[in-house]
Design a protein around this ligand. Structure first.
Ligand code: LMR
Length: 332
């Protein structure tokens, strides 16, 4: 009798097991445009690992690096349509969604380092900005740092006057357009995936990027000169499709939220060092000549770019700009 019940139990287990196994995991497609070996690429992999381990396989995160799935503009559309569930676009790329306030991050010299940045992104000003995404069907899960931008070209660009007439690739931000026009250049919006080739073939003369992006895309191999202006910031907001996120089982969403919190901290710990290492790597390669502005040159860059703060007020919103000044304690 004992044997019989054991046999029944075993048969039952065999019948039930495949059904349990057949339960499909929840798939999160995470698309982004930079290399895996960048702060964003590494953070995406970090999140994948935490999410998959802690949900014991109930969630599968598919990370697509380097524009492998979608380019800049396409990925925003894909998120809204639900074709991907998670992105971390640069803060300069939210304008096309109809949210102009994020372009405040692009204003030259509005953030003078990571400390000032974190006063915004870790505080109420950062949270208020993320809330603006919700009416667009998007939830902001936090900010991921990258770094401060340097200016590059195929001729020496020690002062703003050297920039005059150059064709410069920018991200799709009107503030960056205003910034480049203030330098008397011809800004050209272009998807990140196309920049290397455009620099190589001379479609554009130069660009701006944090060292980590420049190095991992090998832009230093096709730019002879760069000036360490640190004139502006480039970083990200991690975003998800709201319908997808709200529809997750609560226990899963809680695990993912905690995993994302830890990923945010991880990303923001590695971003500065990654950029410092990228700078070293580019210097060691000897392909680009790097110029550090003298005090007089730095003042000339600041003087050329500070008027952009006022100029973009009507686009970004006076209140948002004031929020930044107050949070950082810095105002030009
Ligand atoms: C760029 O287009 O230059 C950046 O936004 C790429 C990125 O995601 O860092």
């Amino acid at each position: 009798m004992k044997n019989l019940s054991l046999a029944v139990a075993l048969i039952g287990a065999c019948v039930l097991a495949p059904a349990a196994q057949a339960q499909e995991p929840i798939v999160i497609k995470f698309s982004h445009v930079v290399a895996m070996d960048t702060p964003k690429g590494k953070a995406a992999e970090f999140f994948k690992k935490l999410a998959e381990e802690r949900t014991q396989g109930r969630v599968k995160v598919e990370v697509y690096h380097n524009s492998a799935l979608y380019k800049d503009r396409e990925e925003m559309e894909a998120l809204q349509l639900g074709a991907v569930q998670m992105l971390a676009p640069s803060l300069a790329k939210f304008g096309p969604l109809g949210i102009r306030e994020f372009e405040v991050f692009d204003i030259p010299y509005i953030l003078d380092g990571y400390e000032a940045l974190h006063k915004v992104t870790d505080g109420p000003v950062g949270a208020k900005l993320l809330k603006l995404l919700e009416p667009k069907g998007i939830i902001g899960l936090g900010y991921w740092d990258n770094g401060f931008k340097i200016m590059s070209a195929n001729k020496p660009i020690k002062t703003p006057a050297d920039m005059r007439g150059l064709k410069i690739r920018i991200q799709s931000s009107r503030v960056l357009d205003a910034q480049m026009r203030a330098l008397r250049t011809l800004p050209q919006v272009m998807a990140f995936s196309e920049v290397y080739q455009a620099l190589q073939t001379g479609v554009v003369d130069g660009t701006e990027n944090p060292p980590s992006n420049m190095f991992t895309q090998k832009m230093h191999e096709v730019q002879k000169h760069a000036t360490i202006t640190n004139h502006g910031y480039l970083g990200y907001a991690v975003i998800v499709n709201k319908k997808f996120w709200d529809g997750l089982p609560k226990d899963i969403r809680d695990i993912l939220e905690q995993a994302m919190k830890e990923t945010n901290a991880y990303n923001n710990e590695i971003a500065k060092k990654d950029n410092d290492d990228a700078m070293e790597g580019m210097r060691a390669s000897g392909r680009t000549e790097f110029h550090t502005p003298t005090e007089a040159e730095r003042k000339a860059w600041v003087a050329a770019l500070i008027p952009v703060h006022k100029e973009v007020e009507s686009r970004v919103g006076k209140e948002t700009i004031q929020d930044f000044y107050k949070a950082t304690g810095q105002q030009p």
